[in-house]
Design a protein around this ligand. Sequence first.
Ligand code: UT7
Length: 317
Amino acid sequence: MSIRIIGTGSYVPEKILTNDDLSELVDTSDEWITQRVGVKQRHVSVNETTADLAVKAAQRAVEAAGITADELDLIVTATVSADSLCPSTAALVQAAIGAKCPAFDVSSACSGFLFALDTAAAFVARGGIRHALVIGAERLSRIVNWTDRSTCVIFGDGAGAAVVAPGDNYLVSHLFTQGNDDVISIPAGPGNSPFYEREEPARQINMKGQETFKFAVRRIADDIRLVTAKAGITPEQLKYIVPHQANSRIIDLAARKLGVPMEKFRLNIDRYGNTSSASVAISLDELVRSGELQPGDLIALCAFGGGLSSAACVIRW
Ligand code: UT7
């Protein structure tokens, strides 16, 4: 028993931060960010929490699925910018939307939505789940180092969600972890212990850009090759690839490595920046709502990021 996606939703906060706005905060320019990253603007929260963003995306996905929240049997949320370690973001969503099912978070940075989707698929395969809600939600503006121009220009806030039900559309998935705290890290923040003697760094995103870049290009190409081969198809047979939106140059290089046209890749990084675990979910929602998907179309989702981690899957629409 596999899954099918029966509804998607997404939400971004209203406030838009343009590249010109950012150039007033750090030494950067619209030209540099556009050329090196592909971002023109990102949305940032002024008064909404990560859970607030997740709730709005979740409500839209539940509505699109044509069900009510009490028909959900599981909620899994991916986030690295939760408002609290406890309760989980998923638990806060459960309360806010009026669901009664078990709810928990997974942490796998920018690959998080795909790890959460695969977790939901495994629960569905176990049996007893009519509908599961999978969310990727981030208020990265909370943990960005706003004095570091090499990271603060990349990220944005947002949330995306999907409701899944038993079905046979989730053909193949692949999850990858290469444990490492040197390339991308978000420390938990200073602790309270009067006994611990080592210094504990601030809770903020640290990233070695070029190492991450190389890892990302390699993983997209390897993961897409792997899941398409397992599905018995070629990458050319995919109608669309929905990638994590981290840098348009990463997508461009991965497309060349794979030998598929860039047009297959759905890009919205110019409008949202990198929203970590929300990014694939937001793009998927935009694709679904665009009406461009026909039943039977083959698509792939792929993501990469902290962990280090990466993931991909093939879905028959
Ligand atoms: O979602 C999680 C996964 N994250 C990613 O996949 C991110 C992957 N990495 C990247 O997207 C890119 O590495 C960055 C966008 C982070 C950085 O781009 P880059 O082309 O790798 O730049 P760089 O770090 O090699 O820096 C090149 C130059 C440096 O100046 P010098 O030393 O050559 O004079 C930087 O100081 O660009 C400078 N620079 C900037 N200049 C203007 C770095 N950031 C900026 C900036 N504005 N915002």
